[in-house]
Design a protein around this ligand. Structure first.
Ligand SMILES: [Fe+2]
Ligand SMILES: [Fe+2]
Length: 342
C-alpha cells in the first residue's frame, strides 16, 4: 500500500498560501452540500461482521512487534484490535465534543451572518453525525465504551471552555483530526479490515478533509496575528497537547479487558515498544510537517517537548537537533522493557 495512495485526497493546504477566510468558508460550504454522509443510512448496521476480517491493521496495534505480541493467539490479537478500536472511537467522541465546544465559542465571537459562521455550524453538524456514528460502532463492536478518568474529563471540558481561541486551539483541532485522518486513510483501503469500519473511515476521512483545510488556514492566521510572547505560548501549549494525546489513544484498560493483563504493564509495553515511534511518526507526519512549515516547532523548550512525543520524522529531528533520534534508549529503559515483555 503506497504512501501516495494513503495521502490521496488529503488536505493540500500550504502555510504560505492562505486564502481569504470567507472565500475558503464559502468553498467548503459548497463541498459540504456535495459530499455529506449520514452513517445512520450509509452504514449497513444490521449486516454481521465478516469472518476472517480484522478490526484494524495489526501493525498499528500498540503491542505489535513485542515479545508479548508474539505469544498472542489469533483470537487474542483480534480481541485486542476490537478493544483498541473501541478505545479510539470513545476518545474520538470526547475529542469531537471538545472541538465542537471550541467551534461554538468561535462562532459566538464571529459576525453571525457570514459564510465563516455558517461554515462553523456545518462543521459542528458534521461532528455531531461523526460522534453518533462512533457511538453506534462501539455498540456494534460489542465493547463497553472506554471512558477517561473523571479528572481528565474535567480538564478536557474546562480546557475546551478556557483555551484561548488562538493558534493552539486550531493546532489542537488539527492534532485530533490529522492523526485520526492518517490512521483511518490507511485502514479504509485495507482489504483485511471489516467493511463496516472501512465505510466509517471513508465517511470520516471525506468530511474531515474540509475541517483540516479550514483549521490549517485558521492556524496560520491566528499564529501570525499573535505577538512574540503569544506565539511562544501557543507553540508550547500545542507541543504539550501532542505529548498528551498520542499516548491517550489506547486506553490502558484495553489490556485488562481484551487480554486479562494488568493495565500498567500493558501501558508500559505499549510505551516502550520500539514500534511506538514508527506508529507515532506515521500518524503525525503530515501534521508535524505542516506545523514545522508554519514555524511552530521552534524554541528550546517547545522543541524538547516535541522530541519527547517521538512523532518527529527522522529528517526533521536531524534538522532541529542536529542528529537523528536515538533508537537504543537508556540502560534503565532497556531493563524495564525487557522485564515487562517488550
Ligand atoms: Fe469528526
Ligand atoms: Fe472534524
Amino acid at each position: 500500500m503506497g504512501a501516495t495512495f494513503v495521502a490521496a485526497g488529503a488536505s493540500q493546504t500550504q502555510a504560505k498560501r492562505i486564502g481569504d477566510r470567507q472565500k475558503t468558508a464559502a468553498r467548503l460550504l459548497r463541498a459540504s452540500v456535495e459530499r455529506s454522509y449520514d452513517a445512520e443510512v450509509d452504514i449497513d448496521w444490521d449486516e454481521p461482521w465478516l469472518d476472517g476480517k480484522t478490526f484494524g491493521p495489526e501493525h498499528r496495534l500498540s503491542l505489535y512487534g513485542t515479545r508479548i505480541w508474539d505469544k498472542l493467539s489469533p483470537e487474542q490479537r483480534s480481541d485486542l484490535a476490537r478493544h483498541e478500536m473501541a478505545s479510539v472511537l470513545s476518545f474520538g467522541i470526547l475529542a469531537e465534543a471538545g472541538l465542537s465546544a471550541v467551534l461554538f465559542r468561535k462562532l459566538m465571537t464571529g459576525k453571525l451572518a457570514d459564510d465563516a459562521t455558517r461554515y462553523l455550524l456545518s462543521e459542528i453538524g458534521d461532528e455531531t453525525r461523526h460522534s453518533t456514528m462512533f457511538s453506534r460502532m462501539i455498540n456494534k463492536l460489542d465493547v463497553e465504551p472506554y471512558r477517561q478518568p473523571k479528572f481528565l474529563i474535567r480538564i478536557l471540558s474546562v480546557g475546551a471552555q478556557l483555551i484561548p481561541l488562538g493558534a493552539s486551539a486550531w493546532g489542537g483541532t488539527l492534532l485530533i483530526e490529522e492523526v485520526l485522518d492518517r490512521l483511518q486513510r490507511e485502514s479504509m483501503i485495507s482489504e483485511q479490515v471489516q467493511p463496516h469500519l472501512r465505510q466509517l473511515f471513508k465517511i470520516h476521512v471525506l468530511e474531515e478533509a474540509r475541517h483540516i483545510t479550514y483549521a490549517r488556514e485558521e492556524l496560520v492566521r491566528s499564529y501570525q496575528a499573535s505577538n512574540r510572547l503569544g506565539k511562544a505560548f501557543h507553540r508550547l501549549v500545542l507541543a504539550v497537547m501532542c505529548a498528551g494525546v498520542l499516548p491517550a489513544l489506547a486506553n490502558p484498560q484495553v489490556y485488562r479487558r481484551a487480554l486479562g493483563m494488568s493495565p500498567l504493564r500493558g501501558a508500559l509495553v505499549a510505551q516502550l515498544n520500539p514500534n511506538y515511534r514508527v506508529r507515532a511518526t506515521f500518524a503525525s507526519e503530515p501534521m508535524v510537517r505542516y506545523f514545522h512549515e508554519v514555524g511552530l516547532i521552534t524554541g528550546r523548550v517547545t522543541a524538547k517537548v516535541w522530541k519527547a512525543t517521538r512523532a518527529l520524522p527522522d529528517d526533521l529531528h536531524e534538522e532541529i537537533f542536529g542528529a537523528p533520534p536515538s533508537t537504543s534508549g537508556s540502560r534503565l529503559k532497556r531493563l524495564v522493557a525487557s522485564a515487562v515483555g517488550v
